[in-house]
Ligand binder design. Structure first.
Ligand SMILES: NC(=O)C1=CN([C@@H]2O[C@H](COP(=O)(O)OP(=O)(O)OC[C@H]3O[C@@H](n4cnc5c(N)ncnc54)[C@H](OP(=O)(O)O)[C@@H]3O)[C@@H](O)[C@H]2O)C=CC1
Ligand SMILES: N[C@@H](CC=O)C(=O)O
Length: 426
């Protein structure tokens, strides 16, 4: 049987999982594709670093040219991460007529269109199933299974690290720092976890299925992005008392002819399926006009789950090589949407405030809310410190542009502070 040689760029959490899966699943892969696959060369940053996987009979190098100039290597997996030099690496690989599989959401969200054109011009495949929600096969599902339906909304938990942290904080009372450290040890977090906790990793990921779903390329500037770094344990507990679990959610929804997209902590009703997604697991809910609500669940991070998505891409590229059908875009749907439609987005909100505990304060607060047309269904006031009270409110549906107005109005006061303002999903 003919063998297709593979190159890897990166041998960390995901690269090691890919090497392990290619080695251990030979029989099934060759049965399906009619080709043997074997990893020939791996490019890493530091060739002297001890490795947790067996690299016997594999060339381990820090020189990308050993892949670029090797005509035997047809498919290259980029799992080094980051935007630079990954962009230059993938460009060079495509120009050298290598098919590329990547798990790099930062890069695909930022420069996916440009790289797809380079791939097309070189008759090469560029595929990236693992870039969104790790082990959940969501992108190919949207391409194939939602090909004819009109997608109205894609929302979900698409960052494993933050979901792991929130779960440990909620269920085990771990501190934020303790939970983050463990997520790093387990290989879920990015090498610099800032993007995870600040919601940026989730925003990069939301850009990709949004493009597949709505045909419109969002950029980071089209989205409001808020992470979990400022989330207070008091709000986690109060949300729980109100009957909600706080999750970092990405939401992209069609409103009239436009798209609303953001990433932020959201209070999710405890009986909503997304509230039950714990640890590093992710879930993506896709709502189509014809099909209604669908939910895709699985591990969103980790070596082997992510490697499984990479392997599904490798198998698909291999089939294309065998059939002579390489060079087609992963996603073909293009559609003009107005991106600035967010003014029509309405949600109930959870507001938490700290205010000086003196007579007349509650009246002052409710007047301030009324002036902004904010009405509410639940309000709780508890003693916080000797001087201050903590107030938590669930509002009726309101325009999300009201939040900056509220923040500004409260910012002018000395005796009331807005601590948190999070959307609520029932
Ligand atoms: N970890 C996860 O659960 C998931 C990760 N991803 C994505 O997969 C990609 C890889 O992530 P992960 O495996 O966690 O990352 P790691 O940090 O564990 O591994 C990165 C690898 O890339 C190598 N590398 C870094 N810079 C260079 C360079 N300039 N030249 C050559 N090699 C380089 C490193 O080499 P060395 O070992 O010598 O330091 C290392 O082997 C990222 O895009 C990430 O966002 C996607 C889904 C899930
Ligand atoms: N750091 C990411 C890894 C997968 O994309 C996450 O935690 O989800």
């Amino acid at each position: 049987m003919e063998t297709i040689k593979i190159g890897l760029v990166g041998l960390g959490t995901v690269g090691s999982g890919v090497l392990q899966m290619v080695t251990q699943n030979q029989d099934k892969i060759s049965n399906i594709t009619g080709r043997q696959l074997s990893v020939k060369t791996i490019v890493v940053h530091d060739i002297n670093k001890p490795r947790q996987v067996n690299t016997d009979n594999i060339i381990l190098t820090d020189d990308l040219n050993q892949i670029i100039n090797d005509p035997e290597i047809k498919i290259v997996v980029e799992v080094m991460g980051g935007i630079h030099p990954a962009k230059e690496v993938i460009t060079a690989l495509l120009n050298a007529k290598k098919h590329v599989v990547t798990a790099n959401k930062d890069l695909i969200a930022s420069a996916g269109d440009e790289l797809a054109k380079i791939a097309h011009d070189n008759h090469c495949d560029l595929v990236y199933e693992a870039s969104v929600a790790g082990g959940i096969p969501i992108l190919r599902t949207i391409v194939n299974s939602f090909a004819a339906d009109q997608i109205l909304e894609v929302k979900g938990i698409v960052n494993g690290t933050t979901n792991y942290i929130l779960t440990q904080m909620q269920q085990k009372n771990w501190s934020y720092e303790q939970a983050l450290k463990e997520a790093q040890k387990l290989g879920f977090a990015e090498s610099d976890p800032t993007n995870d906790v600040a919601g940026i990793d989730a925003a990069y990921k939301m850009i990709i299925p949004s493009q597949f779903s709505f045909g419109t390329h969002l950029t980071m500037d089209d989205m409001q992005v808020e992470g979990i770094q400022n989330l207070q344990l008091a709000d986690v507990k109060q949300a729980d008392a109100f009957g909600f679990t706080i999750k970092l959610l990405g939401i992209a929804k069609r409103i009239n002819n436009g798209i609303f997209a953001d990433v932020a902590p959201v209070l999710v009703a405890k009986d909503h399926p997304l509230a039950t997604i714990n640890n590093e697991n992710n879930a993506v809910m896709v709502t189509g006009i014809a099909v209604g609500e669908t939910l895709f669940y699985g591990p969103g991070a980790g070596g082997l789950p992510t490697a499984n998505s990479v392997l599904s891409d490798i198998v698909s590229v291999t089939k294309n090589i065998v059939l002579g059908t390489t060079g087609n875009s992963f996603n073909n749907y293009q559609h003009e949407n107005d991106l600035i439609v967010a003014k029509n987005a309405f949600f109930p909100y959870y507001l938490s405030l700290q205010m000086l505990d003196v007579p007349g304060q509650m009246l002052k607060l409710t007047k301030l809310l009324t002036d902004l047309d904010i009405s509410f269904s639940q309000i709780v006031q508890t003693k916080n410190t000797a001087e201050y009270a903590y107030v938590a409110i669930i509002t009726h549906e309101m325009n999300h542009f009201t939040i900056p107005k509220l923040s500004k109005a409260i910012g002018n006061l000395r005796d009331i502070n807005l601590i948190g303002a999070y959307k609520v999903i029932n």
